[in-house]
Design a protein around this ligand. Structure first.
Ligand code: ADP
Length: 266
């Protein structure tokens, strides 16, 4: 615990006295520390691809100048690195936008069933390339919740993409969407969206930290998959903004389920 102490003269019944005030500023200290950590992380994440880009530019100017094959290969790597920076900046912008709006409850009617079906259509090529089967039991009928359509789409897409990315060839990703039911955790009617994969699963020690910015279970592998480490932080913020709940169920070797409850009424 950190205290800020202030001393003020305070005469009491004509006699000299002082007033000592102790203010608990632990939460401010922690917020400051988190902000410093975040800036350090962002700087590091941006510097890594930048250093690679600068290195390859130098090589292209020098040794690789006359070698067309090498030049092509280096340009390909540079494109990947620039793409990584672009995704990172995009995710940082999404995160700051959701954070800024976190107190404003979105209320547009959003058809979750249509949104799930269209997200699956959009991600079908990615799943096919990865050798992963994508399935859903989303109803054909409209299933509305109050929300922000772009943000809810981001939740669905992020969770499906993670399932596809981390599960590997031969795995299955299932998107379950259930009709409104009384949800004790919401103290009201809610819709359940669950994205389940048959991938490697996650060790329980990591689960509480997965939605922290830049937290990765296996940072080398996650980076290779092109992840920014911000996806689940964004998902968590969007769900909070919708006054929903996120539950992560996973066990090594048993696959993973991300379960989202969204309230039916504003
Ligand atoms: P990233 O951009 O690295 O994918 P996320 O915030 O989306 O970042 O996810 C954080 C970490 O959680 C990932 O790096 C990965 O280690 C783990 N993870 C997320 N989804 C899954 C999943 N479906 N199966 C296994 N691990 C997962």
């Amino acid at each position: 615990t950190t205290y800020e102490v202030s001393v003020r003269p305070l005469p009491l019944e004509g006699k000299p006295g002082v007033l000592l005030t102790f203010t608990d500023i632990t939460h401010l200290e922690q917020a400051g520390q988190m902000r410093r950590d975040f800036v350090a992380n962002v700087s590091h994440e941006l510097r890594t691809p930048l250093t690679a880009l600068l290195g390859f530019i130098e090589t292209l100017r020098g040794p690789a100048r006359e070698d067309a094959a090498a030049r092509d290969r280096f340009l390909g790597i540079m494109e990947d690195e620039a793409g990584r920076m672009e995704r990172l900046v995009g995710d940082l912008l999404s995160l700051s936008r959701v954070e800024a709006e976190e107190r404003v409850r979105p209320t547009e009617p959003v058809d979750l069933a249509g949104l799930v079906r269209s997200a699956i259509r959009g991600l079908a090529p990615l799943a096919e390339d990865a050798g992963v089967t994508l399935e859903t039991d989303a109803p054909e009928a409209v299933l509305e919740v109050p929300g922000d359509a772009d943000q809810l789409r981001q939740v669905v897409v992020n969770l499906i993409e993670n399932g596809v990315k981390y599960s590997g060839r031969g795995a299955e990703v299932r998107v379950h969407l259930a009709e409104p039911a009384y949800q004790p955790r919401l103290r009201g009617q809610g819709v359940e969206l669950a994205v389940t994969d048959t991938g490697p699963g996650i060790n329980p020690i990591h689960i509480p930290r997965l939605t922290e910015r830049f937290y990765r279970v296996d940072s080398h592998r996650a980076r290779e998959m092109g992840g920014t480490g911000l996806g689940l932080a964004i998902v968590k913020h969007i769900i909070n903004r919708h006054r929903g709940r996120l539950k992560i169920e996973s066990a090594p070797g048993k696959g993973t389920t991300f379960r989202v409850l969204l309230p039916r009424e504003v």
